[in-house]
Design a protein around this ligand. Sequence first.
Ligand code: CAA
Length: 262
Amino acid sequence: MAYDTIIFEVEHGIAIIRFNRPKALNAINTGVITEVNDALDNIKVDTSIKVLILTGEGDKAFVAGADIATMRDYTPLEGKYFSARGHEILFRLESLPIPVIACVNGFALGGGCELAMACDFIYAADSAKFGQPEINLGIIPGFGGTQRLARLVGKSRAKELCMTGVMMSAQEAKDMGLVNKLFPKEELWEETIKVAKLLAAKGKVSIRAVKETIDRGYDQDLRTGCHMESEAFGICMASPDAREGMGAFLDKRIPEFKGELL
Ligand code: CAA
């Protein structure tokens, strides 16, 4: 599909959104938001897609944040609207029923770090850099950085990163639990695809159940979260995938999951 600011591809059930403004280190402007929104519309209705990977074009950046050149002249209302549109995109990623992997090939700063945090997990090149440098621009994170970062790494670390604006290495980001795995840059894509294929072979119903139960249960008390888990467990039992998965185990064969989402 032809877009100006992203490259959108689907191959063997794996969709890829590649941020494609390498000259501006893939900075996010309203064009990017509109095109990602459109790509997500396509992903939502394409039942062949089982995994989504987000990555950056070029060898320097995943996404170096929101586009400072366009933000500079925003009125307060335009700023609020831009932030709200960013939030909507990130919530859409979180509400997709499929796994979304951030494949962080370089700078993930500001809106880029926020985008990665809205993915289900983050794989990064060992040379990547993370951070919320908005404070250096006289603003604050606008795509959920104050909220998701605090939930992922704790309040005090989130405050330190957002207040100092200091960039951290991929290793530091991994040590604080932001990044799942690091790979040498030249191996990152291949390793990410390996995991995407592994995920694509699972059942759609149980993948969605895991994602929804963890995401929605996270901010609940334990009893409410466990209640949500029991409900989702029951829904999985209603899917043919449960019979197939358990039957395949007992028959000592590899399961073939074909259950569709309702
Ligand atoms: N917006 C617009 N353009 C950007 C950009 C951004 N966020 N980040 C980089 N660029 C542009 C640069 O202006 C430069 O353009 P020119 O070649 O036309 O001069 C080009 O990309 C290459 O960048 P540098 O020359 O700066 O590359 P570098 O290797 O020296 O530095 C960097 C790399 C450290 C990432 C540096 O570019 C940088 O600090 N970028 C800004 C990062 C930032 O502050 N991000 C937060 C943005 S605000 C935000 O994201 C708000 C929010 O939460 C929604």
